[in-house]
Design a binder for this molecule. Structure first.
Ligand SMILES: *Cc1c(COP(=O)(O)O)cnc(C)c1O
Length: 367
């Protein structure tokens, strides 16, 4: 008999999938979450000293939190199962129901986290229209509401480093400082969704702590460019992390022998940070290798980090048609809309893989 893990008895394409029909892609550029834990990472996980995390007795998790706090220049950090939970807990601690969060219109917190900020934290968003996901101090001034009985309370500004749906753009440290200054003036808290802050640090040549210096709270994802199977870590002042612990527990994010996961993250911080430069070079090489395909538009034309978009509207083919052709040769890109695709480079695709991908994309679009 066939069973399903999905909530509904019939399931659906996205919630229940026959394990035997999960496709394999030789070159998977759909996301930097596609990475598999390396042999060395798995060995580090197997060798990790562990204890009960809920009792603050897991030595590997404690060590990881210290390292992350250090890396981000914050007092304390908290290990969590996902980046989504990092954002949600930050909003839960900082905001009260009815409060308003200012973010970019293409922000992950707004469009890609199941509406958790509204459903769980009771907050609402006020979004700034921006193609690359970056906004200014003037935008913060324009979008924060003066205190009135009838208005929602403007409470927090959320910035995303790098901007995922903004095409991997890197917020300059100076722009972050300007936004933070405007937020402070308006009495607002600043939170950084730093899912790819490590990429921003490598791309800009400025340490992660410099990017985080003007924000109140910040997190990094281990399951993106850093190549871990699971996890994120949220950082900020000690009292914030103390309050965040309560929410971690309430939401079911408190773990037991989490050291096996924290060990993967510690391994990644040691071995997978500097090499992000390779992913950025590979994204640039991929973009350069396909930019002359007739009808294809690339955004941004020169990738700043490991993400860029392909607008295929002028090619005479739809994104799903192109994706199907690519799949025949073992390549996957993201299909965002009928005319838009996304390419994300990561540590499981090397330069020879990129060179192959260039040929496959050319054939899929022009062949
Ligand atoms: C992936 C991502 C998240 C969520 O992280 P998960 O670990 O997948 O929950 C949040 N923000 C951005 C910008 C992301 O890319």
């Amino acid at each position: 008999m066939k069973t399903t893990c999905a909530g509904s008895p019939t399931g659906s394409a996205s919630t229940s999938r026959d394990p035997e029909t999960v496709p394999e892609f030789t070159i998977d550029l759909v996301s930097d979450t596609s990475t598999r834990p390396s042999k060395e990472m798995l060995a580090a996980m197997a060798a990790a000293p562990t204890g009960d995390e809920q009792r603050d007795e897991d030595p590997t998790t404690l060590a990881l939190c210290e390292e992350v706090a250090d890396y981000l220049g914050k007092e304390a950090a908290l290990f969590l199962p996902s980046g989504t939970m990092c954002n949600l807990i930050a909003f839960l601690v900082h905001c009260r129901p009815g409060d308003e969060i200012i973010c970019a219109s293409n922000a992950h917190v707004f469009g890609s986290e199941g509406g958790g900020a509204s459903a769980v934290a009771g907050t609402q968003f006020r979004t700034v229209e921006t193609a690359d996901g970056i906004f200014s101090g003037a935008d913060v001034r324009a979008f924060s509401r003066p205190r009135r009985h009838r208005s929602p309370r403007s409470r927090l500004v959320s910035v995303e480093q790098t901007t995922n749906r903004g095409g991997g753009a890197v917020w300059p440290v100076e722009t972050l400082a300007e936004v933070a200054a405007a937020a402070k003036e308006a009495g607002l808290i600043v939170h950084m969704d730093g899912a790819r802050l490590p990429n921003a640090a490598i791309a800009s040549g400025r340490p992660a702590a410099e990017h985080a210096a003007t924000v109140d709270t910040v997190w990094i994802d281990f399951s993106k460019g850093l190549g871990c199977p699971v996890g994120g870590a949220l950082a900020g002042p000690k009292d914030f992390i103390e309050a965040a612990w309560t929410w971690k527990h309430r939401l079911g994010g408190a773990m037991r022998q989490s050291g096996v996961l924290a060990a993967a993250a510690r391994h990644a911080l040691k071995h997978n940070l500097e090499r992000l430069a390779e992913d950025h070079a590979n994204a640039a090489a991929l973009a350069a290798g396909i930019e002359d395909i007739p009808g294809l538009e690339i955004f941004p034309t020169v990738p700043q980090s490991n993400i860029f978009f392909l607008n295929v509207a002028g090619t005479g083919k739809t994104a799903p048609q192109i994706a199907a052709r690519m799949a025949e040769e073992g390549l996957r890109l993201g299909v965002e809309t009928p005319t838009r695709m996304r390419a994300v480079t990561h540590l499981d695709v090397d330069r020879p893989g990129i060179d192959l991908a260039i040929g496959i994309i050319r054939r899929a679009i022009s062949g």
